[in-house]
Write a protein that binds this ligand. Structure first.
Ligand SMILES: [Zn+2]
Length: 450
């Protein structure tokens, strides 16, 4: 059985969480445990070399001891690799293949989780297995932490695991998690592929906006209605976006991207800081670019009464913000309240929020612990592909590890175009065999250099 076959086996384990299931639900947790056991069965050499610790169905941790870790514990700090084995559910009827069939077609393997992110997790295992079988021993400790609930909040997996590390006072020189890919045709005008290594991550915040009123019969509506008050608040939010800001990571990215892009566009990108407001105006209609330049507000949910002839006792909207530094949860809430400027609208936090995880300003890119190793691994797997620092606008498990390392990367070593990306959390998710094989080269080189 080869790498691709083992990968297909992993995809076939349906590690999605059924709606409404609660933690402790044995049937829901069974596939997660099955996945943990699958790793033990398929990667014997690695499991001989490493210590395995199952914290829960949502967390399994490995320590692969380094040669000099016992002799000189402070000489070189350990390195941590994060991944998750849960996947989002699939709307089977909208797929052209079985989402858990791992079908091979036209050089691609199809299935939920092929890109997000059993590709990385299995490649890490394959690389470690091959290295162990060949007698390799890392110089310092390598840790793997795999989570089983990243697609919900990571509160049982990554959050508990991070606490576990903190209690043991284990920190890391650097951490690598899933993240931005090698972008291909992602930004108009940049034709050559560009490895986007995210050294910072935007924060996450959902807010409930509620307006209450006396419930009653729709035949006698009050003069001022809750829904109208709420709608006005939403319009005010839309009219007052968060200000643009060019953070150093993004400025650096545009300078690099500008070198790959010709003509006026390249010139504009390279001089984004100098152009200031002119630059912001030029890109304002491009949502991908805007998401890198400001705290965004997405209006995601609206709720009124349950029947067409009943006045709602409460009108509610949910807005989802992605926080660009320096906007913290607290500051963003104040900004939204000020934009609404209406005491009848209650603003409260919905679920778990996270402040932004800015890049550590202590390092320039090539000095950042781990950067050189990533660059060397990239050059092995994808010769000639340029690499730039980037900002992750979505969230990853790594946000729970902020306190454990000053150098966190979010990067997936796969070359993806916008059509590939649409499969992530969408339909017909797939990965090419070429991507898988090059990804394996990447992780093999990377682990072998630690
Ligand atoms: Zn993911």
């Amino acid at each position: 059985m080869d790498f691709i076959e083992r990968f297909r086996e992993a995809v076939k384990i349906p590690t999605w969480w059924p709606a409404g299931a609660q933690p402790g639900d044995a049937a829901a947790e069974a596939p997660l445990l099955r996945f943990q056991e699958f790793l033990v069965a398929r990667y014997p050499a690695f499991h001989q070399a490493a210590e395995r610790r199952v914290l829960s169905p949502y967390s399994v941790v490995y320590r692969w001891p380094g040669a000099d870790s016992s002799a000189a514990p402070n000489k070189s700090g350990p390195v941590l690799f994060l991944a998750h084995y849960d996947v989002v559910p699939a709307e089977t009827e909208k797929w052209t293949v079985d989402p858990f069939g791992a079908e091979v077609k036209d050089g691609f393997i199809y299935g939920r989780g092929t890109l997000d992110m059993k590709d990385t997790l299995i490649s890490l295992m394959e690389a470690a297995e091959q290295l162990c079988a060949g007698g390799f021993k890392p110089r310092r400790d390598i840790w793997f932490a795999f989570g089983g609930d990243e697609e919900r909040s990571g509160s049982l997996g990554a959050m508990e695991t991070a606490k576990w590390f903190a209690n043991l006072k284990i920190g890391f020189d650097w951490i690598l998690d899933e993240g931005t890919p090698i972008g291909e045709n992602q930004i108009k005008g940049i034709d050559s592929p560009l490895a986007l290594v995210s050294i910072e991550e935007k924060g996450f915040l959902s807010l409930d906006l509620t307006v209450t009123q006396k419930p009653g019969h729709a035949s006698r509506p009050p003069k001022v209605q809750a829904v109208a008050v709420l709608a006005r608040a939403l319009c005010r939010i839309a009219k007052k976006p968060f200000p643009f800001k060019l953070v150093p990571t993004v400025e650096h990215f545009f300078r690099q991207a500008g070198k790959l892009s010709g003509g006026v566009q390249g010139l504009v990108m390279r001089h984004a800081r100098l152009l200031g407001p002119l630059f912001f105006r030029a890109v304002a209609s491009n949502p991908t670019i805007v998401s890198m330049l400001r705290t965004t507000v997405a209006m995601t949910q609206l709720e009124g009464s349950a029947a067409d002839n009943v006045m709602p006792s409460e009108a509610r909207a949910v807005i989802n913000l992605r926080l660009l530094q320096p906007w913290t949860i607290e500051r963003a809430i104040a900004f939204i309240k000020k934009a609404i400027n209406d005491e009848r609208v209650t603003v409260s936090i919905h679920g778990l929020g996270a402040d932004p995880a800015p890049a550590n300003p202590a390092y320039r890119d090539s000095e950042r612990p781990g950067w050189k190793e990533l660059a060397a691994a990239l050059e092995t797997a994808w010769p000639g592909v340029a690499m730039t620092m980037f900002i992750m606008v979505a969230t990853t498990d790594s946000r729970h590890y902020k306190e454990l390392s000053g150098s966190i990367f979010r990067f997936s070593p796969y070359k993806l175009n916008p059509a590939d990306m649409s499969g992530i959390h969408g339909h017909d998710e797939r990965i090419s065999e070429e991507n898988l094989r090059r990804g394996l080269q990447f992780y093999t080189k990377l682990l072998g250099s630690i």
